[in-house]
Write a protein that binds this ligand. Structure first.
Ligand SMILES: Nc1ncnc2c1ncn2[C@@H]1O[C@H](COP(=O)(O)OP(=O)(O)OP(=O)(O)O)[C@@H](O)[C@H]1O
Length: 332
């Protein structure tokens, strides 16, 4: 762990009200590029716009440049070329004013295992020179409550599950009001229960008006929690926009399950179904414009024993695989 991962300490600057530019795009990059010293082009001409109030999923296979981008957004590394604006201000130049308004959870929370959850937060808060010590306990109590850790607040952090540790990291990021939360793979390494906890929390934070930018290599996660998404491959952005629009880019499929696949394929073609393909007991094709009841009746009339007939909705996965030509881990 090489970065302070939870709340960036405030460095003496009170949070400013977001400038007007922030309302358009909370994060805006133009031509953002990073070439590492060894010559590796990790990020290549990125034009990213994260709308205010969105839960923005930043998606891509391993090594596609997500972490490098996040490090540039947070002013942790200098771009080779291009610009970054966060909350309307240029980064890394305005880091001192911007970062106190940004809660970040990058590469897992840095916690003291021998301290309780509450004491960890008290330490984080004490590291923020802008935080009033008189209201510290109240702030910590509110943050613990926000992430559902009140009951476990007195337990040592080393006894926390990974999901609880992530929630404690989020609590640290929430000790002061934030216009933006940046979360790098927030559910990485969590069990399904832990994943659910974090996703629920992200939705709640978004409902409270915080813009959330999260990286993930889990399509499923993006579909479940994000309003918007961008997809990276090999350092380049292949698409960005509302999740609903991205998923609509891929086509639905008619799927007939039957032991009589060859005969079913013949009947479907006869019924005007395009692009018919049979694989084992699954026969698929383009969904026809006509009533599916008629298609079903035609299959049955031809003696096809139909086990199932359905239209499978195209998933975000279909869209992204089509766009990137790469497979993703799809954790279910
Ligand atoms: N400090 C570095 N020096 C040189 N090359 C690096 C450095 N950090 C990352 N890279 C390379 O840059 C590319 C992008 O890496 P990056 O970590 O940004 O991808 P990522 O999408 O976050 O991947 P992951 O999902 O595995 O974290 C990779 O080829 C990686 O090997």
């Amino acid at each position: 762990m090489d970065e302070p991962s939870a709340a960036e300490p405030g460095r003496g600057q009170p949070p400013e009200p977001g400038p007007a530019g922030a309302r358009v795009g909370v994060i805006v990059t133009r031509g953002l590029t990073k070439r590492y010293r060894g010559g590796q082009l990790a990020v290549d001409g990125l034009d990213l716009t994260v709308p205010a109030g969105s839960v923005f999923g930043f998606l891509g296979p391993n090594g596609s440049g997500k972490t490098t981008t996040i490090r540039m957004l947070m002013g942790l590394i200098e771009p080779t070329a291009g610009t970054v604006r966060v909350l309307g201000r240029p980064m890394p130049r305005a880091a001192r004013t911007v970062l106190p308004q940004v809660g970040a959870l990058i590469e897992g929370p840095a916690l003291y295992g021998f301290l309780s959850g509450r004491d960890n937060l008290l330490r984080y808060d004490a590291a923020d020179p802008a935080a009033d010590p008189r209201t510290r306990r109240a702030r910590v109590t509110a943050a613990l409550d926000r992430v559902g850790l009140t009951a476990a607040a007195g337990k040592k952090a080393k006894a926390y599950s990974l999901g609880m540790k992530q929630r404690l990291g989020l609590a640290a990021a929430l000790l002061r009001p934030r216009g933006l939360l940046v979360l790098d793979e927030p559910t990485n390494g969590l069990d399904p229960q832990g994943m659910r906890e974090i996703r629920t929390l992200i939705r709640e934070l978004a409902a409270d008006g915080t813009t959330v930018f999260l990286s993930s290599h889990l399509l499923d996660e993006i579909e479940q929690v994000c309003t918007h998404a961008a997809v990276m491959t090999r350092g380049r952005l292949v698409t960005q926009g509302p999740v609903a629009d991205l998923a609509a880019g891929a086509r639905d499929r008619l799927v007939v399950t039957t032991p009589d696949a060859a005969e079913a394929a013949r009947v479907l073609k006869e019924q005007g179904v395009g692009d018919v393909a049979a694989d084992g007991d699954r026969v698929t094709g383009e969904p026809p414009a006509r009533d599916l009841a008629e298609v079903t009746a035609a299959l049955v009339a031809a003696g096809v024993r139909v086990r199932g007939l359905t239209v499978e909705r195209a998933s975000l996965e279909d869209t992204f695989v089509a766009l990137t030509g790469e497979g993703f881990d799809v954790a279910r």
